[in-house]
Ligand binder design. Structure first.
Ligand code: SAH
Length: 396
């Protein structure tokens, strides 16, 4: 096995159990390794520190599989890690009756570059690193064994694969496509999950708890859902008794899917829902100009800052929509606002939202800090795993 030797001092983050080794930390590779091969990471003094997957094309030159330097990275290793991740979810009572669950949350489950989401009896896996790519079949077998699911679909078409020198890959790893749509029920609302054509693995499971919270807040309220995708928040608002739900997204296919989802739920008051295909930045201005107000506004935009390098421009975008959101709220209305940008931390996000509230000349209070649901754990050594952060504000 090849050895990846670090520059002096560059072992510090590894000793704190951070799983990434950047190109700037690497002094040399002793021996030969192909992309995805396991290497032993060594400090400048020759001390072994970890077993990691080598990725020569990426700025993240290696990702740690194990800090136990005696570990063997083989099929049995993946069987164990995958089983542990699945068991972690099984131990959480709140997930017991969920049909859509994230089973593997990458680095935070000790499996860098591996995402796995379960929708009913289908598992969708996304591999985004050279190491994960190499162990595809071990990971798929382990998932099948740990879940009993016979259908496993690969959705490895995320852009970040390009950074690892990997081509997009999609297709069935186990079993065949089911005859009809894949549908899950979330808090009593049925939703189609388009695992082939939808975003990511088809659905945003990280917002599950927050969608329920929106339902709980919606009775008698006029709700505006910005960046609605396939209508997850919109349908929960209807389920919670909202009197009006205006939903905006710039994607016509997403809105069509949202309308289909609504039709799957005859218990909901469909006539209270309105779908608008528009750019949220423009539409919020139009709504303001038209003098409209809402009691509850959801802002769940796509990643404006994939990394810290985009933070400044992204900050302006977050500020803009949050300012408009504050202005559109009726007195004592509530703003549910999120960022899923890796490049914007919890503190910065709060600062941006505070700035927006201040500029709206209204008094705003944080009622609750919001995060991803429990099947999206965050390893404390790896804060980058915390994608979703949110605030529930009350605006006087
Ligand atoms: N809240 C959703 C997920 C939102 S994903 C849920 O719970 O399922 C982000 C959505 O924003 C995508 O559907 C994308 O089409 C949409 N989007 C991206 N940029 C936009 C823009 N400028 N205006 C309107 N919609 C946008």
């Amino acid at each position: 096995m090849a050895e990846l030797v670090l520059h002096p001092g560059k072992e510090r983050s590894l000793l704190r159990r951070h799983p990434w080794i950047f190109d700037t930390a690497v002094a040399r590779l002793a021996g030969h390794a192909r992309p995805g091969d396991t290497v032993t990471v060594e400090g400048a003094d020759g001390r072994p520190l970890a077993k990691a997957a080598w990725s020569p094309h990426s700025k993240i030159r290696a990702r740690v599989w194990s800090f136990d330097t005696t570990a063997t990275i083989d099929h049995a290793f993946f069987k164990r890690r995958v089983a542990e991740a699945v068991a972690r979810r099984a131990a959480l009572p709140e997930l017991a009756d969920q049909q859509g669950v994230r089973l593997i949350h990458a680095e935070s489950d000790g499996l860098p570059g591996v995402i796995a989401d379960k929708y009913g009896d289908t598992v969708v896996v996304q591999l985004t690193s050279a190491g994960a790519e190499k162990w595809r079949s071990a990971i798929a077998d382990a998932l099948q064994r740990a879940t009993g699911c016979t259908r496993i679909y690969e959705r490895s078409d995320s852009e970040v694969r390009g950074l690892e020198g990997l081509e997009p890959v999609t297709g069935w790893l186990h079993g065949d496509a089911p005859a009809g749509d894949i549908t899950i029920a979330e808090h009593g609302v049925r939703m189609v999950v388009d695992i082939v054509g939808g975003h990511k693995t088809g659905f945003y499971l990280d917002q599950r708890d927050n969608r329920r919270m929106l339902a709980d807040l919606s009775q008698g309220k006029r709700v505006l859902n910005c960046f609605c995708y396939t209508g997850g928040f919109s349908l929960q608002a209807l389920a919670g008794g909202a009197v009006r739900v205006l939903s905006i997204d710039s994607s016509q296919p997403a809105l069509e899917r949202a309308a289909t989802n609504l039709a799957l739920n005859p218990q909901l008051a469909a006539e209270r829902a309105e779908w608008r295909c528009a750019n949220v930045f423009d539409e919020l201005r139009q709504l303001k100009a038209a003098g409209e107000t809402f009691d509850l506004i959801v802002l769940d935009p796509p990643k404006f800052a994939p990394s810290a390098a985009h933070a400044e421009r992204a900050s302006r975008a977050y500020k803009d929509i949050n300012l408009l959101g504050c202005k559109l709220l009726a007195p004592d209305g509530m703003l549910m606002t999120y960022s899923c940008s890796g490049g914007i931390g919890v503190e910065l996000f709060q600062k941006i939202v505070a700035g927006a509230a201040l500029d709206s000349h209204r008094t705003a209070r944080i009622v609750k800090r919001l995060q991803g649901s429990a099947d999206h754990p965050v390893d404390l050594a790896f804060p980058e795993g915390e994608y979703l952060k949110g605030l529930l504000l009350q605006v006087e």
